[in-house]
Design a protein around this ligand. Structure first.
Ligand code: HEM
Length: 428
């Protein structure tokens, strides 16, 4: 019954959004129409048209603004007047509250850093960052290499391999599980939770929000047991490090530790999956670039930055306006929502010449695929390391890789960009 009532409410909201989108188009004078399907296959033409109207554009449909230029996005992401805490926007917060059906909302009700503003954010970030120091992350290389080998061994000899299902999807969850000291037999739990947790953002799908809330609850219970074990028997793993972490005589509470571990799985899994999938897809569509990389493997690190720029796993992030102020000559008003165009900024010619070209020799590659400013990704070194090892092993094992999917399976969620399958053949 509740689900029907929610669907009815969403139906009304969507109908008004549809009219507001038409109104936005009419106001802008832009009469070009791109279908949802065209947008799903490539959002970049839409971004380009938006930038031609301005890097900061009013959007009634989104109850706020679209910010799409490279410099403007950077400026916004380092300005702490924009909040990342959905609780400060009553409209969206109550929608989520209703959708989660009385369960606690993952990462919103519990204190994880991504959805908090300074000073709470600053405090949590400082403490959790002690588990992400460079030397520790680099020491994970042998573990990641053996996981990649294990996954590729499982599909050795098969004519057709779905790289997403066999490598890109399981790897990042396995790495996080290993980092937390989870036994191999429980790794698949992490994959299941992670898959469910991504639904927490689907405000028009209450059943997915509820599923995400249940997954978060299960994961919290599991982690609670693990934390107890590590308290009595500390090891060289992330949870033990976070238990030990201390800054200015301050420590993470048990609740904060668990919430931030749930965040690490959510933030680090699907994004890295998408980097591996999008990167390989892009290389296969640019055979001359793939050949350059095969001929000179020292280009790998730069190639990964170009993959991140060209097909960014996170295309859009969100901020909320909590007071009235002027920003870049526009009047921002309390309760407005900002869609921050990471994918658009990375294709802005202001930052990179010929941004539509995929060029692994581009130097420097200017991108903000890992965000910018206050909430700059904490897992950058880990994501780069996983991608480097995955690509090195893939290209090393398979001298020939052909993409078998005629139409790419890009997902329809505009906030993320990634393929649901990428079937390849490794035969000539
Ligand atoms: C290719 C892979 C990845 C991409 C593209 C990516 C991208 C991002 C972006 C854009 C943000 C900022 C979001 C915002 O400002 O709204 C972010 C934040 C974050 N990421 Fe990543 N990420 C990746 C991998 C990882 C990994 C592997 C981890 C850790 C296991 C991780 C942990 C985090 C955390 C904890 C935050 C929140 C930081 C804060 O609030 O201060 N990410 N990431």
């Amino acid at each position: 019954m509740r689900q029907y009532a929610y669907k009815l409410l969403m139906g009304l909201i969507q109908a008004s959004l549809w009219s507001l989108r038409k109104f936005d188009r009419w106001r802008s004078g832009d009469r070009t129409y791109r279908s949802d399907e065209e947008y799903r296959l490539s959002p970049y033409e839409t971004y380009e048209r938006l930038r031609s109207r301005g890097n900061v554009v009013r959007s009634y449909a989104n109850q706020g603004w679209l910010v799409n230029g490279f410099e403007e996005v950077q400026q916004l992401l380092r300005d702490n007047r924009f909040s990342n805490d959905i609780r400060r926007n009553k409209f969206f917060y109550y929608l989520l509250r209703i959708a989660s059906n009385g369960l606690s909302i993952p990462l919103v009700d519990q204190p994880a850093m991504l959805n908090r503003d300074p000073p709470d954010h600053t405090r949590l970030r400082k403490l959790v960052a002690s588990g992400f120091v460079q030397t520790y992350i680099q020491s994970l290389a042998p573990m990641i290499e053996s996981l990649v080998d294990e996954l590729l061994d499982e599909v050795a000899g098969e004519d057709t391999i779905d790289v997403i299902a066999s490598l890109a999807q399981p790897l990042p969850a396995m790495v996080i599980a290993e980092m937390m000291g989870v036994p191999a037999s429980d790794r698949s739990l992490f994959q299941g939770w992670s898959k469910a947790l991504i639904g927490a953002t689907m405000i028009d799908r209450p059943e997915l929000i509820e599923k995400a809330a249940r997954a978060a609850e299960e994961m919290r219970q599991y982690l609670s047991g693990l934390v107890e074990e590590k308290e009595t028997l500390p090891c060289q793993d992330l949870i033990s490090m976070l238990l030990e972490a201390e800054q200015d005589s301050d420590r993470l509470t048990r609740d904060e530790l668990i919430s931030n571990c749930v965040l690490l799985l959510t933030a680090g899994h699907e994004t890295t999956t998408r980097l591996i999938g999008n990167g390989l897809y892009t290389l296969l569509h640019h055979p001359e670039q793939l050949q350059l990389l095969r001929d000179d493997p020292s280009l790998m690190e730069n190639a990964i930055e170009e993959m991140l720029r060209y097909e960014s796993p996170i295309q859009i992030t969100v901020r909320f306006v909590t007071e009235n102020f002027e920003f870049l000559g526009c009047s921002f008003r309390k309760n407005q929502m900002i869609l921050v165009g990471i994918g658009s900024a990375n294709r802005d010619p202001v930052a990179n010449d010929n941004p539509k070209e995929f060029d692994i020799l581009r130097k420097p590659v200017k991108h903000i695929a890992f965000g910018y400013g206050t909430h700059l990704c904490l897992g950058i070194a880990l994501a780069r390391l996983e991608a480097k090892i995955a690509f090195r092993k893939l290209l090393g094992r398979f001298r020939v890789i052909r993409n078998l999917d005629d139409i790419p399976s890009w997902g329809s969620n505009p906030f993320f960009r990634g393929l649901s399958t990428l079937r390849i053949s490794t035969r000539t």
